[in-house]
Design a protein around this ligand. Structure first.
Ligand code: AMP
Ligand code: MG
Length: 488
């Protein structure tokens, strides 16, 4: 379809006034189109040639609206750092409507679009820095095969926005099959709007769980919770396997369909550091990398509490109990793939745990180590792997590799087939913080070429791209712990 043929429907706004507020965006005076995502155009069924259409500058900042748009600030609440906050909602983003394509409804959400009734003390804006981070993160996670929201286009401006310093405002159109968060259900539960809560559960089931659409409210709610428990477990397993830390796992940043959602001060691990805290403002490490599985379950408990309006305690518990086995199975499968193990043995979990302990002790680069392991051929000394660890750890590495060799011998697989499979499971390119910063620094100076390069690499992170070796390099020491704050 051509851009001029796009027209939106808006089933969420159709739910009624209890669900949010209809309000127009506050556009930029002088929008500057920075990027249009061809992959998302394809997802939406829009002709990829339309990436060149200058109309995106207007559409991407709310100056023009797609036919059928009904900009709508969604109301939700949620638990932030463990404390319930009743005052949340779309404070700087508007759900424009949705496009149906490929059997799915794709919602368009304009982020940075100005104040809404839920802005509280905020200015309703987003800055270029955080907008680029969100834009790239959606591609990075998607490229790694992990569910995520994505962005359709990125528009900059010369509008000054005050954060720790004065920055420039930007907007993106976020695209996802749903923008419903755990916090949406919490809002209706805590305000005792049980009819609306039921309506929201039915709406979500109609879209994502057609087999539950005809059930009684209690059974429907239970089915949805079970579905979310499973998809969240799978999501977190994916994060842990690739070394992604979300950074702000509040219940208002958790998607009901298990997408990675609301990117803030996220970070990919450089050195394997289980206690890695990417959010500068997270003083207690509540959202540290290794805490994510436990925190996700905490969040699911908060969601389950909202569902207690309809579902018995026993049934809620039964759903929640699926989390841990699901997470372990999903994580184990992903780690076996990273290790090149096509078969399953009892000792595999230990083999993996031993390696992670070794990487933690050595503070080795997580991504580089696994990528190098894909090229390992039982050579002694294992020079390429040793180069990633300090000499004091070489003995332990050799010891672990002896076990690994023995395990591989029982695989009975062709090593070339295994190498290919491992290269497809261990990315060469990840969205390291220092790379994101490099792209942001260039973009703030008006140079968007690094953004384009990294964007392309993140969409095919398992390919070699030999001409872009520099983007696969370990960070300099100074680039490992860049302070990333919550402000965006
Ligand atoms: P976040 O920290 O992005 O997950 O957002 C938490 C809450 O603050 C949500 O209700 C947001 O809509 C709101 N919020 C965040 N930034 C702004 C902003 N610049 N202006 C208005 N509201 C904001
Ligand atoms: Mg948020």
């Amino acid at each position: 379809m051509k851009l001029s043929e796009v027209s939106l429907s808006h089933h969420y706004a159709d739910l009624g006034d209890a669900f949010g507020t209809r309000i127009d965006p506050t556009p930029f005076e002088n929008p500057r189109l920075i990027h249009v995502n061809p992959a998302v155009l394809r997802l939406l069924g829009i002709n990829v040639r339309e990436a060149q259409n200058p109309a995106w500058a207007q559409l991407g900042c709310g100056k023009e609206l797609f036919p059928g748009s009904r900009p709508f600030a969604m109301k939700y609440t949620g638990h932030q750092f463990g404390v319930y906050n009743p005052d949340l909602g779309d404070g700087r983003a508007l759900l424009l409507g949705e496009i149906e394509h490929g059997g799915a409804q794709w919602e368009l959400h304009l982020k940075g679009a100005g104040k809404t009734p839920y802005s509280r003390f905020g200015d309703g804006r987003a800055v270029l820095r955080s907008t680029i981070r969100e834009y790239l993160a959606g591609e990075a996670l998607t490229g790694l095969g992990i569910p995520s929201t994505r962005a359709l286009c990125l528009v900059g401006s010369d509008e000054p926005v005050t954060r720790e310093r004065i920055e420039s405002g930007a907007m993106l159109i976020r695209v996802a099959q749903s923008h419903i968060r755990f916090g949406h259900f919490e809002y209706f539960f805590y305000t005792r709007q049980l009819e609306a809560l039921q309506k929201l559960i039915a709406f979500t089931c109609n879209r994502f769980l057609p087999e539950a659409a005809a059930l009684e409210p209690a059974a429907q709610a239970e089915a949805l919770l079970r579905h979310t428990v499973r998809s969240t477990a799978d999501l977190v397993a994916g994060w842990q396997a690739v070394g992604f830390a979300h950074g702000v796992l509040n219940t208002d940043n958790m998607s009901i369909i298990g997408d990675t959602f609301d990117y803030g001060p996220y970070g990919f691990l450089d050195d394997y550091e289980p206690g890695f805290i990417c959010n500068h403002s997270d003083h207690t490490g509540r959202y540290a990398f290794e805490q994510q599985p436990g925190v996700a379950l905490w969040n699911l408990n908060a969601l389950a509490h909202a569902f207690s309006a309809f579902v018995s305690t026993e049934a809620l518990r039964d759903c929640l109990e699926e989390f841990q086995p699901h997470l372990i199975d999903s994580y184990a499968a992903r780690m076996r793939a990273k290790l090149g193990l096509a078969t399953e043995e009892d000792g595999d979990q230990q083999l993996c745990a031993d390696l992670l302990q070794l990487l933690a002790d050595a503070r080795a680069d997580y991504t580089l180590f696994f990528r190098a392991l894909a090229h390992y051929r039982s050579e002694r000394p294992p020079a390429a792997l040793e180069a990633l660890l300090p000499p004091a750890q070489h003995g332990a590495l050799g010891h672990w590799l002896d076990h690994y060799d023995q395990r591989l011998a029982r695989e009975d697989s062709d090593s070339r087939v295994r190498d290919c499979a491992m290269l497809a499971a261990n990315p060469k390119f990840i969205l390291r913080n220092y790379l994101a910063q490099k792209v942001i620094d260039a973009a703030e100076g008006g140079d968007y070429r690094p953004l384009q390069t990294l964007f392309d690499l993140l969409q095919s992170p398992f390919d070699e791209h030999p001409e872009h070796e520099v983007w696969a390099a370990a960070p300099p020491e100074s680039g490992k712990h860049l302070p990333i704050s919550c402000s965006s």
